[in-house]
Design a binder for this molecule. Sequence first.
Ligand SMILES: N[C@@H](CC1=CC(=O)C(=O)C=C1)C(=O)O
Length: 393
Amino acid sequence: MAGPRVRHNFRDLQDEYDKGNKKPLETLIRAFKGIQELPPHDHNSFFFLAGLHGEPFRGAGWGNASWWGGYCNHGNVLFPTWHRAYCFALESALQSIPGCEDVTLPYWNEIEENTLERGIPETFLKKKWTFEDGGVIDNPLYSYTFQKKITDNLNPFPDADYSKGYGYKTCRYPYSGLVGPADKKKTEEHNAKINALGHDKVNEILNENVQSWLLHTDVDGVEGRGGVLEKYFNCLKAPNYTVFSNTTSATQWNEDHFNVGLPAPATVSPHVVPLESPHNDMHLAVGGYEIGDANFDGEYPGANGDMGENDTAGFDPIFYFHHCFIDAMFWQWQKKHGEVKQLHIIPQYPGTNSVDNQGPTPGTPGGAWLNLHTPLDPFKFPGTNKPMTSKVR
Ligand SMILES: N[C@@H](CC1=CC(=O)C(=O)C=C1)C(=O)O
């Protein structure tokens, strides 16, 4: 593909499709189907790429919870840039599928009226997809079916068993995706109850959950949770990249400047809201709640969809449309603050150390400072063997 990649609003593709221009959405779906069918060892395969984010763990985090066994960065200054490289890698894989060379990754606009009024774009919620030529497939944007099992070597420590068997299908709120031996029976009972509600009702519940996180500030009666729409707008006001980029740095900044940390009044200006905060909320809104989060019971207790957990989120196809939107928000912030060509990191501020928050990623030493030159493993600048970094060239 020549020239810059132009990314589109997913809902525009859907609207075009409804008006009769079926090719753009169909090609995207073919591309996702294509990478989901590649064998797991193929570096363009969905399994391989999805697995870079969290599980299957490798490195020091393989079986030691003080380290992080996935390559993703959270709670530190590499959060926006690492996920930018990640979306780029997935998009490149989509383009490797024959006939899909011009596909780009669309974003799910989480703050447009359509989302506020209707929730997740309908295409993501259909179990089957019917092509114009009549071919019917399992919808590759609804769920991914594991081609290989993953074993959670941290189990039973620290919180839950995220092992997934061969053939496991990713799921979202209000379903549960905990299928390790200790959870299996409970999950089967839970999911049977959800199934009995019928597919349309289940989608309605998911959409209501998403809308509630976006618009209300007391999700499930927990005050201060939600308000995601407002958080998205407020995060653009963050005064520097360090505090914009992650929850750890923003917490310290709010303590220093306003004598209050996160998450309490994150929706209230002038406290700094990091982009990572509404991003986290949308993971929880789509996936259900993170295990062990005693604050939440929700209307459907026991819902643990894949998007809610850092370990498994990359396996839900909607992850990439969510993160493509996060990347667009990051770009908005860069333009607004004149940091399109260069980002600035406050040296040695909380959120700039490899041990902050999730723990060091594979191959990164403990206690290492993170900066614009830190490799965004395992990504390389295209066509080179040079590690990708956060430095804008
Ligand atoms: N762990 C985050 C939510 C979350 C963030 C992610 O980045 C992710 O991949 C999955 C889930 C929280 O509890 O707020």
